[in-house]
Design a protein around this ligand. Structure first.
Ligand code: J9T
Length: 265
């Protein structure tokens, strides 16, 4: 896979030399190129922004500079990604889809954002897909950190990057739609906290059930939005008992919060 990042702070992407992503690069699985947007400016001051039409605070990045940069960097079949708090939430499913692409081009905006015509223009390009994505409901100073997040989430899914592909299957936000169960290692007693007895029992069936209960309980406590998306038909009776204890009951093919008292007529 090839990834190109365009930013006015290319040094911000230096961590991509490290760890798993760095290894993927040196092993040739990932070809990653970071570009300075100002290399495409033509004026003495290397200007990339201007005041917003219609007024308002802050500065907007100019479409002409972005256009020449992206025309140079985008290859046929590329997926152009624009990090923005108003984008579609990035999920594990998105990362899985992006891991199958030939080229990702990440356009990191600063200030109040990139002129909206840039995304509009490339949406009209045959052979280019455009996605505006968000890494959560908070605002950053620029898209660089969101680009790092996306690259790490995608790079670890490329074949040969994560040593044991099993660790990709069981983790949180896997296909089961549940959060991961808690994990423990030696020593069995630490600071007055014991490792749960069942994990020391060697009884694989009981361990598996305990882990699933923990995953269900954590998901119910922390992520009601994920419980709402579970398919009750894909859950066993014990799963339903655990979820009922947290106030979730199946109704009309979904899980809903049980309410006390008689239903209104
Ligand atoms: C400038 O970009 C952002 O502030 C940003 C990008 C992606 N996700 C966010 N939640 C914020």
């Amino acid at each position: 896979m090839r990834i190109d990042v365009v930013s006015i702070f290319p040094d911000y992407l230096a961590p991509l030399e490290l760890s798993l992503v760095g290894k993927a690069r040196t092993s040739g699985i990932l070809s990653l190129h970071v570009h300075d947007l100002r290399d495409w400016t033509t004026d003495r001051h290397r200007t990339v922004d201007d005041t917003p039409f219609g007024g308002g605070a802050g500065m907007v990045m100019r479409p002409d500079v972005w256009g020449t940069a992206l025309d140079d960097v985008l290859q046929d079949g590329a997926h152009l990604l624009v990090p923005t708090p108003s984008g579609t939430p990035l999920t594990q499913r998105t990362a899985e889809e992006l891991a199958g692409e030939q080229q990702l081009v990440i356009a990191c905006g600063r200030y109040e954002g990139i002129d909206a015509r840039v995304a509009e223009h490339y949406r009209g390009h045959p052979g280019v897909r455009v996605s505006e994505f968000s890494i959560g409901d908070y605002v950053l100073n620029g898209g660089e950190v969101a680009a790092l997040v996306l690259i790490e989430a995608v790079a670890r899914l490329l074949p040969g990057v994560v040593g044991n592909p099993h660790s990709l299957v069981e983790e949180s936000h896997g296909a089961a739609g549940l959060l991961e169960y808690p994990v423990y290692t030696k020593p069995p007693q630490w600071q007055g906290h014991d490792v749960p007895e069942v994990l020391l029992s060697g009884h694989h069936g009981r361990i598996e059930r305990w882990r699933r209960d923990q995953a269900l309980e954590r998901t119910a406590a922390r992520r009601p939005d994920l419980v709402e998306r579970l398919d009750p038909d894909a859950l066993d009776r014990h799963d339903l008992v655990v979820l009922a204890a947290h106030g979730w009951v199946p109704q009309g093919g979904r899980l809903v919060r049980a309410v006390d008292g008689a239903p209104e007529v």
